[in-house]
Design a binder for this molecule. Structure first.
Ligand code: ATP
Length: 730
């Protein structure tokens, strides 16, 4: 305990040089308490099987204390499959899924659900001639699972086993098991409303309750009624309408409120798989750790200097913390004595390009310990080879809608404590290839006090794009049967935005424009801007800008410390109208420069201008995809307005009209939709200007509400656009 308080009072690494070498962490290490933990409440419903590791607390302590002296022979991939806890219950599992249209399957992390269930169903012929879709909330899980299952089937990815994620697909006519993001399956609904190519849809990690998972759960219920010939009361009719092509639904997770899902699907069968293949010993700190980055740093070096070989995975809430910790670890790793193994640090967050994300799956350089710093992108489903230790800071970022009543009606990312489900999933990333250890940087009491799951996203995020997609399917969010219904205010606000964008008319009916917008893989406001650019003959320019806005990381790498330098470095790109046309100038210059420079030249160019090259690389990939979408809609994306700025601003404004604000006498800006006044973000090129009206990409909620990505537009444009958009919708 005393050691923890010393840690609490210490100044944050790496600036505090007096802490000395990482060896001194031993003296100030957090004190740990280990527990035996049951990851979920086990109801006596249908346990399929039970692993020999279950509840063997004593054995776990022994394993934790020492490492076996004999190196066992690595099992073959088939032996690994046979040793998974789920393998013991294979026959019972297949039988239950055969007999039930909907099955809820709960099994510990690492028990084998995600990789094995689809293979069992395929091998047992349950899928008939159709495909098995397995949904994942995140791209990286879908692609890495497809590789693993293809390897288990001894085929290459894209054949029998494939995947489909936004901006990437590997499948063919022979694909029978497809790992897909939930968003991609929703997109498939637009062209195949009954998902008739699929015989089985497996919703994995259902506990996350993403907005898309909830949309799927609701749609699957309706689809199943049609395909399996249910009457409206949910019982099977006498003459099933299309019995030839029935649909099976399997809902899976390690940490699920199984009863709730079961009830939603008319008391569906619940099955439990008990046990995990390898034990994970869990430690909690004896006291809370307010400076979780510092605490993670110390814990990492404590593992690195004290524990046997094995890679480390550290969970942090966001990119900024990851970058700070990466710097600190590298700094201290450089000072380790020569005889200590080196450290190879790998960041892992959504904004990284795919090839950099893939790097975490490779072995570290010879003789080094791999240390991955990840957001919750690495929390579920994935197996990262080599990971033996997990460090969990207990924090994550969550998207949340700030209501117009209390704020100004926008989504923002807030750092918050994780839930029990997340804690269990994070621990589950260790112990996948052998016994593992999880160090939680919070107390056991804090763990016990966590809610089981996060609030479903549908109850806390903007619904605009989802409502538009549902309209294309002929559905209304108000009438669809959801597990949890969003509140009336969020629905009304999303409908108002869609009306203002011209995507629906005043009887809430989808317009032709709205249908085209939904076809584009973009958020509704940006889709509207793109459609406007066709009319205003500036698609080439608008595509450049919205590709950058759709990238998952920011183009400008400013913070309060380097802001003046950044402004100076980018002065030459600065456009008087503000940030959007400045972005356009940067994209053009980057492309011109790219033609003459190699990879390292481009990187150096971005470094000098304080630009995030990752964002530009991703933006160019997105742009290629969007150009393809334009071609499919019959839009000529080559059309350019040259140097003219007005068509571009007008196009952007048509999409961002609900994100516009007028200058007030006190220098702040009053939103045209919503009661809030906002300030221009200090990172914006317009921050020291006073212009009559602005549009902005997003609002950030800190001490003030700041508008980021700002352009100046004539006041008259705004009135003109709101009338125009509505006239379009008529
Ligand atoms: N890419 C991989 N490389 C090595 N082993 C793997 C890989 N993917 C899966 N495995 C092995 O298969 C086991 C089961 O993985 P699977 O993803 O099917 O479990 P799960 O029950 O779905 O767990 P979770 O809920 O954590 O996703 C892992 O614990 C690991 O031993």
């Amino acid at each position: 305990m005393a050691k923890i308080s010393a840690l609490k009072n210490s100044t944050r690494f790496p600036s505090n040089q007096k802490h000395g070498s990482p060896h001194s962490f031993k003296k100030r290490r957090p004190s740990w308490v280990d527990v035996d933990e049951h990851p979920h409440k086990r109801k006596e419903n249908t346990p399929l099987c039970s692993s020999s590791h279950q509840g063997k607390k004593k054995a776990r302590r022994t394993e934790a204390a020492g490492s076996p002296s004999k190196i066992p022979k690595s099992p073959t991939i088939q032996e690994q499959r046979d040793q998974l806890p789920i393998a013991q219950g294979k026959d019972a599992l297949v039988r239950e899924i055969q007999e039930n249209d909907v099955t809820v399957l709960v099994g510990e992390t690492g028990s084998g659900k995600t990789t094995q269930v689809p293979q069992y169903l395929l091998e047992a012929g349950i899928a008939g001639k159709g495909m098995i879709a397995v949904t994942q909330p995140r791209k990286v899980a879908a692609t890495s699972l497809a590789s693993r299952v293809a390897q288990e089937q001894n085929v290459s990815v894209g054949g029998l086993v494939g995947y489909s994620v936004r901006f990437d697909e590997a499948s063919s006519s022979s694909t029978r098991i497809k790992y897909v993001t939930d968003g991609m399956l929703i997109r498939e609904l637009l062209s195949d409303p009954l998902l008739s190519r699929y015989s089985v849809v497996v919703i994995d990690e259902a506990h996350e309750r993403t907005l898309r998972t909830d949309l799927l759960l609701a749609n699957l219920k309706t689809i199943q009624k049609t395909r399996n010939g249910y009457t409206t009361r949910g019982k099977k009719g006498k003459e099933p309408a299309s019995k030839q092509n029935p649909l099976k639904i399997v809902i899976m997770s390690a940490t699920l409120d199984a009863e709730k899902f079961s009830k939603f699907y008319g008391n569906a069968k619940i099955l439990y798989v008990q046990g995990r293949q390898h034990p994970v010993t869990i430690y909690h700190t004896a006291a809370s750790q307010p400076d979780y980055v510092d605490s993670a740093l110390r814990t990492f070096f404590q593992i690195h200097t004290d524990r046997p070989p094995g890679d480390v995975l550290i969970f942090l809430p966001g990119q900024e913390d990851i970058e700070n910790l990466e710097k600190s670890i590298k700094l201290y790793a450089d000072r380790l004595p020569k005889e200590t193994a080196g450290v190879a640090v790998y960041p892992m967050y959504a904004a990284l390009p795919a090839h950099q994300q893939q790097a975490i799956f490779s072995p570290p350089p010879q003789g080094m310990r791999k240390c991955i710093l990840a957001t919750n992108i690495a929390e579920t489903s994935i197996t990262i080879p080599g990971i033996k230790y997990v460090v969990d800071t207990g924090k994550c970022k969550e998207k949340r809608y700030i209501s117009r009543d209390t704020g100004s009606g926008f989504d923002t990312l807030l750092t918050r404590d994780i839930t029990k489900s997340s804690a269990l999933q994070r621990a589950g990333r260790a112990g996948r290839e052998g016994p593992g250890f999880c160090f939680r940087l919070y107390t056991e009491d804090a763990f016990q006090a966590m809610p089981l799951s996060a609030e479903p996203e549908i109850l806390r995020c903007t619904l605009t794009s989802s409502i538009l997609q549902l309209k294309c399917l002929g559905q209304d969010l108000e009438t669809l049967d959801f597990m949890d219904k969003p509140d009336a205010e969020s629905i009304a606000s999303a409908l108002a935005t869609l009306y203002l964008l011209g995507a629906i008319d005043d009887s809430k009916t989808l317009t032709k424009l709205g249908r085209n917008m939904a076809f584009l893989p973009l958020e509704s406001p940006l889709a509207r801007s793109l459609m406007a650019s066709v009319e205003l003959a500036c698609t080439l320019e608008v595509l450049d800008i919205i590709s950058v806005l759709s990238a998952s990381s920011k183009l400008f790498v400013d913070n309060t410390d380097n802001r003046e330098m950044a402004v100076e470095a980018r002065r030459k790109f600065r456009h008087p109208s503000g940030d959007h046309l400045t972005v356009l100038n940067i994209v053009k210059s980057y492309e011109e420069m790219s033609e003459s420079q190699g990879k390292s030249g481009r990187r150096e160019w971005c470094r000098k201008q304080l630009l995030n090259e990752r964002c530009l690389i991703e933006a160019l990939e997105i742009r290629a995809q969007l150009r393809g979408s334009c071609e499919r809609l019959g839009i000529d994306w080559h059309v350019s307005c040259g140097e003219a700025e007005q068509p571009v601003l007008r196009s952007l404004l048509r999409g961002l009209v609900h994100q516009a604000a007028f200058l007030q006498p006190d220098g702040s800006y009053k939103q045209i939709m919503g009661p809030s006044t906002v300030k221009i973000h200090p990172g914006s090129s317009l921050c020291d200007k006073k212009v009559p009206a602005i549009i902005y990409d997003e609002l950030i909620y800190t001490t003030n509400i700041y508008a980021r990505g700002v352009s100046s537009v004539p006041r008259s444009f705004i009135a003109e656009v709101s009338v125009l958009n509505r006239r379009r919708s008529g």
